[in-house]
Write a protein of this length. Structure first.
Length: 548
């Protein structure tokens, strides 16, 4: 019996992060990636956001496998939460699974892990999945070519067409040409960097910038990068070797990831160059390189601790050199530049920004995307892995390449995209919500709670205690008003006393109607109106009413 192929994005379409895509044919579902997303600034108290897998749970008997394209957190960071509900085999390259194993150890989970590498072929039900090598900002990245009963679906994964990568493994152009000759029904294409014209510079170009910095710098060097950017880390270590610096590591995630990559042979750091972070102060400044995390301005990151307090007896000091070898993740710009300000205030030399040459993107720019599409010659183009403007710009590129307008389909999370007889149609949506992780709480925090937190942060809270005569309805004592984050009571005694009197007056007018009055609501409404009139502010008001 023939079925329609359903493809449903669970995350990563119209946003940066929490990447997850499912393909369903008949009674078989395969899932591509399981990532997290870092919270926006208005998601107060939230650690990160993960995909809503309720559709997968309700169809758990059909879910046969999870395939991981690479080891970045926006592709593997939600894995531990998915495995609590779905016991399915996981496929990934050796480095990706090495990072996954560490994650599973931390959460005391076990999983059926299956290693794959570029040019492997696996069959899961009606799906035949071929892997092909991609270049990205982490080694062992793959794309997927999935042969289905209705045609060939290619999922690019995160990529750039770096022809001089650090590890000597460029993209597999021959495979792309082969897929194009076979006929690609649909291409799901990375759109993250399509705002940039031209070609994304090769990772190898960072080497010359590092060499200039290391050769001319006599101070301690702190290199700040993502914990999984092993190519960048390797280049920094190579410079340390060349210019006689010892290497220390600050940051739990960086220590863990380097251990994994070193054990699996994806990074080479000689043991005799490594030192404990506590020994940095015992060496001359020109003999020190510290690798650290915290490039996004995270408050409790290693870099933040080095800047504001100390990290294991080590602090940044005037004259140190900090290389920010990353760029801000969208939404983090304010935190990042606030951190840069703090570093400058401390007298630290900060090397950062596009013109410094210390960072290149791991995603394809416009000309690379065009080349990728031209090699594959897809019938349908579906932009993914980007915010809506990225998806729209990739559609524009597709139109420039001659793909018909109705064959470039922008979908967002939850859209059901179906393929049958060589045609694509959208057929409604499944209901999805952001799942917020707040400490050990998963999914218990919703939009209403976030709105309450935002209101608390903006206008503070007033706790109001009132003692009332149960017979007359008159106030016997109070109101006592405690302010947290709203106003400083000692500096606003006249205002507070006026507020108290307003409450007393309202209760005097209501005396005799005691049985019909919701006293907590009356206190709350009275003070809300008062402070809105006086200050144009709306604190959260918590009334505590006792009757005797």
């Amino acid at each position: 019996m023939r079925h329609r192929l359903k493809i449903i994005p669970i995350g990563g379409f119209g946003e940066i992060g929490k990447n997850m895509l499912l393909l369903q044919y008949g009674d078989t579902i395969i899932v591509i990636d399981a990532g997290l997303m870092f919270p926006d600034g208005d998601m107060l108290g939230i650690d990160f956001v993960i995909p809503d897998i309720s559709y997968l749970i309700s169809n758990k008997d059909k879910v046969k496998a999870l395939i991981l394209t690479h080891g970045h957190e926006d592709h593997i960071g939600a894995l531990q939460y998915l495995l609590k509900d779905l016991d399915i085999p996981i496929y990934g390259t050796p480095l990706t699974l090495g990072l996954v194993e560490k994650k599973l150890e931390e959460f005391r989970l076990k999983a059926n892990l299956n290693k794959i590498k570029p040019n492997d072929t696996i069959t899961i039900g009606p799906f035949t999945i071929e892997t092909f090598r991609q270049t990205h900002s982490i080694p062992d990245t793959i794309g997927l070519a999935i042969t289905t009963p209705v045609g060939l679906i290619v999922i690019s994964g995160d990529f750039k067409l770096d022809q001089t990568p650090i590890d000597g493994n460029p993209p597999d152009f021959n495979k792309l040409v082969e897929f194009g000759k076979r006929g690609v029904l649909a291409l799901f294409c990375d759109s993250t960097n399509v705002e940039q014209p031209g070609i994304t510079p090769s990772e190898s170009l960072v080497k010359s910038s590092f060499e200039n910095i290391f050769s001319s710098t006599k101070s301690r060097i702190f290199l700040v990068t993502f914990a999984s950017n092993f190519h960048r880390i390797q280049q920094a270590v190579d410079m340390a070797l060349k210019f006689g610096r010892k290497v220390a590591i600050a940051g739990k995630s960086l220590i863990t990831n380097i251990e994994v990559a070193k054990r699996l042979g994806y990074i080479n750091i000689p043991d005799d160059i490594m030192i404990n972070i506590k020994d940095v102060n015992n060496l001359p400044d020109e003999k020190v390189l510290v690798l650290t995390t915290g490039s996004q301005g995270e408050p409790y990151s290693a870099l933040s601790l080095l800047t504001n307090h100390s990290y294991k007896q080590l602090s940044l000091r005037p004259g140190d050199t900090v290389i920010l070898s990353t760029k801000p993740i969208p939404g983090n710009e304010v935190m990042v530049y606030r951190m840069v300000d703090q570093l400058f205030r401390k007298g630290v030399e900060v090397i950062y920004g596009k013109d410094a040459g210390v960072h290149v993107s791991g995603h394809a720019a416009q000309e690379e995307v065009k080349m990728f599409i031209n090699l594959l010659k897809p019938k349908y183009l579906i932009p993914y892995h980007g915010e809506y403007r990225h998806l729209a710009l990739l559609k524009k590129i597709g139109l420039e390449l001659g793909i018909p307008k109705d064959h470039i389909i922008i979908i967002e999370n939850g859209t059901i995209l179906e393929f049958e007889d060589g045609r694509a149609i959208t057929d409604g949506k499944i209901s999805l919500n952001n799942i917020y992780v707040d400490g050990l709480s998963i999914g218990d925090v919703g939009n209403i709670i976030l709105m309450e937190r935002k209101r608390l942060a903006e206008d503070g809270v007033l706790i109001v205690g009132v003692l009332i005569d149960s017979e007359t309805g008159l106030i016997l004592d109070g109101p006592e008003i405690i302010s947290k984050g709203f106003i400083f009571v000692k500096d606003s005694e006249e205002l507070i006393e006026t507020a108290r009197e307003r409450v007393r007056e309202v209760f005097r007018k209501k005396a005799g109607k005691n049985g019909n009055i919701n006293k907590e609501a009356l206190v709350k409404e009275t003070l809300e109106n008062f402070f809105n009139e006086e200050l144009k502010r709306k604190p959260v008001i918590i009334p505590l009413v006792w009757e005797i």
